[in-house]
Design a protein around this ligand. Structure first.
Ligand code: PLP
Length: 425
């Protein structure tokens, strides 16, 4: 394909190998054929991740001992910690393991808001409740003004000017997401960070990377922030953990911790080596993918190559979803439905499409899709996870379609055929 927006698909052979590494890509647990296009709500799981999780979790030994298996578990944990750094390209700072990405975000917002002077805090209307509500709660508690950047109704994202325009020398904390889990729009974090720090050089910045991390390269060496999180269950791993990274100065701020632990230590309670093993499996997989295209030997280089290829394949799927292919018309050409936030620069979008049908409510559409073996998700204003964002766009709801790089061009064609059928209802 020559169009620069068209991405690059994996070869047929590689696609087959990728599908084979994940559970339930083509069939559900009951053996029914289906298209699971709700990966933004929890992604396909790597077989190795679920296997290693269960193998490590079956070991009764406490990792905080001195015997052989305890030392083995410590090693599993250390490797997982290093692999969180690999994902983010983080060299120093603290890796924080928690039960959910939401919990960690509340903790990071709290530590900065309670300890860094300032009169205001800046965020965006598109944030997930885990960061938005934390910002609102701690702004209220500490008597600071909460400034909220508006969304761009055309792109489904946040314009850099709109966030940066709210920052001044009295800003205590800026919290902004890497990409919207509703529209798929990526925020230009590199520009946000450099322009915000041009206004206040020592500004504390938090980034919610839960949506974007499985879809593209994150590089803290290029764009330094103070805290960032991701969730393994949306990143080919397992449910039950959230991983975050804090800069050295953020990690040293007062926070909930056992008195005897180092000042920059954030984990609370017994470590869970199985969750760290899952991160290593995620990184191993992406490195394997990278090794299909690169002769690099360094782990981060292979990981970055793998993520870049994932992004390119997903861009090709997005291109096909919108424009069609294989003789099947794309969403843009199907009468009786509307595609939201549609614009041509696919490089600024994760693989999420929001649509609505003329003849079906969003909830009806989700049920009709399910009858035809397709799992998608309705984003409606009655949900606390959607209302603020949808209101900001001035829309009542949408059907969110979120395939993954494990999906093939044939999967997208099949989805488009079914969508055409629904548009006639
Ligand atoms: C963008 C974004 N941030 C944060 C979260 C919260 O993640 P967790 O469920 O691990 O707390 C989600 C989950 O849907 C999300 O989509």
């Amino acid at each position: 394909m020559t169009n620069k927006n068209a991405g690059v698909l994996f070869s047929v052979d590689l696609m087959r190998q990728i599908k084979d590494r994940f559970h339930y890509v083509d069939f559900d647990m009951r053996g029914r054929r289906r298209l699971f296009f709700d990966n933004a709500g929890g992604s396909f799981r790597l077989k190795t991740a679920t296997e290693r999780h269960s193998i490590i979790d079956a070991i009764p030994d406490c990792p905080e001992r001195i015997h052989e298996l305890a030392l083995y578990l410590q090693d599993v944990q250390e490797r997982g910690t290093q692999d969180v750094r690999t994902v983010l390209n983080a060299l120093n700072g603290t890796v924080y393991a928690s039960l959910t990405a939401s919990g960690a975000m509340f903790d990071m917002v709290r530590a900065i808001t309670e300890n860094i002077p300032g009169k205001n805090m800046v965020t965006s209307v598109l944030e997930h409740p885990s960061s938005y509500d934390a910002m609102e709660m701690y702004a209220t508690r500490t008597g600071k003004e909460l400034r909220v950047a508006k969304s761009n109704t055309m792109t489904g994202g946040i314009d850099v000017d709109d966030v940066v325009g709210l920052v001044d020398e009295n800003t205590c904390l800026l919290s902004v997401m890497y990409a919207s889990n509703i529209s798929g729009a990526k925020i230009d974090i590199e520009k946000v960070v450099s322009r915000a720090r041009a206004i206040k050089p020592d500004l504390y910045i938090l980034v919610d990377a839960v949506q974007h991390a499985p879809h593209g390269i994150i590089d803290l060496q290029k764009t330094a922030v103070d805290g960032i999180n991701f969730a393994p269950y949306k990143f080919f791993g397992c449910r039950g953990s959230g991983f975050s990274w804090l800069s050295p100065r953020a990690a040293r701020l007062p926070h909930n911790k056992l008195a005897g632990k180092a000042q920059d230590f954030w984990d609370l309670g017994s470590p869970t080596p199985s969750q760290f093993a899952v991160v290593t499996e995620m990184v191993d997989y992406v490195c394997w993918l990278g090794s299909q295209f690169s002769g690099a030997s360094e782990r981060r280089a292979l990981f970055a190559c793998g993520m870049d290829r994932i992004a390119q394949h997903e861009q090709a799927l997005l291109f096909q979803m919108l424009n069609g292919g294989n003789g099947v018309p794309g969403l843009r050409k199907i009468d009786g439905l509307k595609v939201f936030f549609d614009h041509d620069d696919l490089t600024t979008r994760d693989l999420i499409v929001a649509i609505t049908f003329d003849g079906l409510t969003d909830t009806q559409a989700v049920r009709e899709y399910e009858k035809r073996g397709v799992i998608v998700y309705e984003r409606v204003t009655t949900s606390l996870y959607s209302q603020r964002m949808l209101d900001s766009f001035g829309i009542k709801g949408s059907v969110r379609v979120s395939p993954l790089h494990c999906n093939s061009t044939e999967d997208i064609s099949q989805f488009l055929e079914i969508t055409r059928e629904l548009s006639l209802l």
